[in-house]
Design a binder for this molecule. Structure first.
Ligand code: UDP
Length: 245
């Protein structure tokens, strides 16, 4: 396996089960836990940034009259709820796990993010979940993922998407002829204005030379497969080659 330390970005919506109207699908969490167990056994260190979109999105709440900064703090609390639920789901399956929060929280809830602590836990083979996004309004958890990947020196961000298996030149749900990129550079993503990751996240990952791998999180054993490079995916890289299809 190529990577020794990775950061997995899980979206909040990726935890939900819409058909069963569940904000958090514990079968899915169990499935992630079992995959993470074998990843940790392979001596790959794993950090996770969790989103909050299954509960709350700051931009939508702001449209309903809640001041944007406050709406975003509610969003950061939503990521904290997901992080704690994930932690419990992982621990239940004997996967050691810590939650480190960018927001100040009472220590009965979770630990505060301190870089050295995160590194120590990762070296001990524990999963580290970063909650609270960047801790500031107007950002997304995609940006938090690139920020934390840079801070902990992760070699790649594995960005699981719901039912999308990579980056396409146009929306594959609308255009049947859409072409998927195997690899594509950040410059090309920005130039083509492709909406797969937000632009702040893209420019930060580019600056810090971190690969982002986009894949379908709902495919069976997707986390294991993406680390073995045995799944349909797109690698977004800072190498400035023309995007090959
Ligand atoms: N959020 C924020 N700052 C951050 C990260 C998240 O304010 O650094 C808020 C924002 O309101 C966002 C919400 O938390 O809408 C949930 O995060 P996100 O939308 O990124 O979650 P995902 O789409 O991954 O589920």
């Amino acid at each position: 396996m190529k990577y020794k330390r990775v950061l997995i970005k899980l979206s909040g919506e990726g935890l939900a089960n819409k058909t069963k109207s569940l904000a958090i699908d514990y079968e899915l969490v169990k499935n992630f836990a079992l995959q993470l167990k074998s990843i940790i056994n392979k001596k790959i260190q794993v950090a996770i940034v969790i989103g909050g979109g299954n509960f709350w999105r700051g931009t939508s709440a702001a449209k309903n009259g809640i001041p944007r900064v406050r709406a975003d703090y509610i969003g950061m609390l939503a990521t904290t709820m997901n992080a704690l639920a994930l932690q419990s789901g992982f621990e239940k399956n004997n996967v050691k796990c810590r939650v480190l929060n960018s927001l100040s929280m009472d220590e009965r809830v979770c630990e505060k993010y301190i870089n050295e602590k995160a590194i120590k836990y990762l070296n001990q083979g524990e999963i580290v979940i970063f909650a609270g996004g960047t801790g500031r309004a107007f950002f997304t958890t995609d940006t938090a993922a690139t920020l934390f990947a840079s801070e902990i020196g992760a070699e790649a961000i594995l960005m699981g998407k719901n039912n999308v298996d990579g980056v396409y030149d146009s929306d594959p749900k609308v255009n049947k002829e859409a072409k998927k990129f195997d690899r594509i550079s950040y410059d090309e993503i920005l130039r083509r204005n492709l909406k797969v990751i937000d632009q702040t996240a893209a420019s930060m990952a580019k600056e810090n030379k971190i690969d982002i791998v986009i894949f379908n999180i709902l495919e069976e054993n997707s986390l294991l497969k993406v680390l073995e490079d045995n799944i349909k995916r797109t690698i977004i890289t800072s190498e400035n080659n023309e995007g090959e299809k």
